[in-house]
Design a protein around this ligand. Structure first.
Ligand code: HEC
Ligand code: HEC
Length: 212
């Protein structure tokens, strides 16, 4: 019994010692930007570059974040917190990117990538729309579909809508029949003719450059 008590005491003392003396990390880099709560701006630039094209940021902000439909992001003056907020929110035609699409770590990497870029590159040309067309992305995000069906209609908390297999009438019926549960499905909010155009855009592949 006494022997056990001594062993226990020894184990506790050892644990306390281990806590008191953390191993030094000599290569740790101190970030040059003043960190804000919950966001450490030091990120993986290469991974940020990959995410920037995977999640089609380049489509709207240009390949070097020089600006296109969206404002330039190269050397953004936004704080990490404001940058994160802009990514999470819908700002038509910009979709909201949820945490299941882009994690906090992903956002940090994207930030690291855009601040590393040259701000002197000229903005890329915006997509060309046909007569009377609206950017499909504009209709999709203004109606709030991105919040549940994914930033690019690839599916999120609700089903994927890209390449929607049914015709426009079935699409409208699927929405109106569930409008009691999902207010965004109410065809009073965005009229049926615009919804038909949105359906055509979704069925054709939900290309962020295309109008409808
Ligand atoms: C469909 C086009 C589109 C896509 C895709 C898109 N954006 Fe944007 N983004 C915009 C537009 C347009 C704005 C300006 C919206 C506004 O201010 O009303 C914007 C604004 C922003 C802002 C705020 C900029 C500022 O200076 O206020 C950030 C940050 C941003 N986008 C990051 C991203 C990132 C990161 C991605 C990819 C994960 C992305 N965007 C994808 C179009 C897009
Ligand atoms: C608040 C979340 C939410 C929003 C916002 C939302 N939906 Fe839905 N949607 C759902 C849910 C939940 C279902 C039924 C379950 C499922 O398909 O995952 C659904 C189903 C649908 C369906 C039928 C899918 C199928 O498999 O046949 C269509 C079409 C649809 N939504 C279109 C839209 C469009 C277009 C918008 C934007 C105007 C929109 N939804 C906005 C949650 C949402």
């Amino acid at each position: 019994m006494r022997r056990l008590a001594i062993i226990l005491l020894l184990a506790l003392t050892l644990a306390a010692c281990a806590e008191a003396a953390p191993t030094p990390r000599p290569t740790e880099v101190v970030p040059t930007i003043a960190p804000e709560p919950t966001f450490d701006p030091a990120g993986d630039v290469r991974h940020g570059a990959v995410l920037f094209t995977t999640w089609r940021c380049d489509n709207c902000h240009g390949g070097l974040a020089e600006g296109r439909i969206g404002p330039p992001l190269a050397q953004t003056r936004l704080s990490p917190v404001d940058f994160t907020e802009a990514i999470r929110e819908t700002r038509p035609p910009k979709p909201a990117f949820s945490e299941s699409e882009l994690s906090e770590a992903d956002v940090r990497d994207l930030y690291a990538w855009v601040v590393s870029l040259d701000a002197g590159v000229q903005a890329a040309a915006a997509p060309v729309l046909g007569e009377g067309e609206i950017l499909g992305m504009q209709l999709y995000t203004e109606s709030g579909c991105d919040r549940c069906h994914g930033a690019f209609a690839q599916g999120g908390s609700a089903a994927a809508l890209v390449g929607y297999p049914e015709d426009a009438a079935a699409f409208l019926l699927a929405m109106s029949s569930s409008a009691a549960d999902v207010p965004e499905h109410d065809l009073e909010v965005l009229d049926a003719s615009l919804m038909r155009r949105l359906h055509g855009w979704l069925q054709a592949g939900a290309d962020p450059n295309s109008g409808c």
